[in-house]
Design a protein around this ligand. Sequence first.
Ligand SMILES: [Zn+2]
Length: 267
Amino acid sequence: MEAIKMEAIKINEGVMVFYLEGEEYSITSTALYRGNKAILFDTMDNVENCGQVKRHLQQLGITHFIVVNTHWHWDHVGGNSLYQNCTIIAHSLCKAAMERNKNELAERFPVFLPNLIFDDKIVIYLDQLKIELINTVIHSRDSIIGYIPQLKLLIAGDTLEDPLPFIDEVEDLNDHIHNIGQLKKFDLKCIIPSHGNKRRYCEGGYDKTLVNANYAYLSGIMSRAKNKDFLDDSMKDYYGSLEEMRASYKDIHRANLNLVRKHFGEP
Ligand SMILES: [Zn+2]
């Protein structure tokens, strides 16, 4: 197996993105750190990759970790077992989904469940840094975002994605669109999605155009789902400006169209 190289990208003082180049899409974890303490958002896709993240943080002098799982999907909870003595925070539905899908997840890595769960919103502090963890039904019902008002920073998990959102739990798509619309109201300078373009992380993260682009894509798809030639629509029909497109996202786009057509488009 070819070695996978993890890159640590410093967004600003005390904010680090760990970037892994995958075949179909990138995978990231994001750490907020102060002194010897860190809050780590997501634990990558397996123990080995998350081990690289942990070692990097330990080399920065971090000895105390709190983990946040933004949602239950395998590419976000793979290294939880490295943090068995730590607090692992998630939405109650995240824990429930991990329990329900335990066998499937266990084919990839040892499953270790979140041990502190909440429903709507909690506020935690890293020294003076206030971090709001908010359930927002986008991508999945258990998704939580991390909002740090002092930094105008949004750690988005899979609620926002570049170049386009991967649609899951399609039956809730109208809620997803509405809730992405709500994100436009946040005071934001920097957005860190879990899956995005390396260059954008290196430039300090995304700005609000990512919210607008995801909103335009999903609401565009929804409004055209009943059109006769809907399934032939190209990404360009929905998507203007963002980034060089990975080839794999053409397949994700096709899968999105098929899913939406099946659920909302058939006469
Ligand atoms: Zn993901």
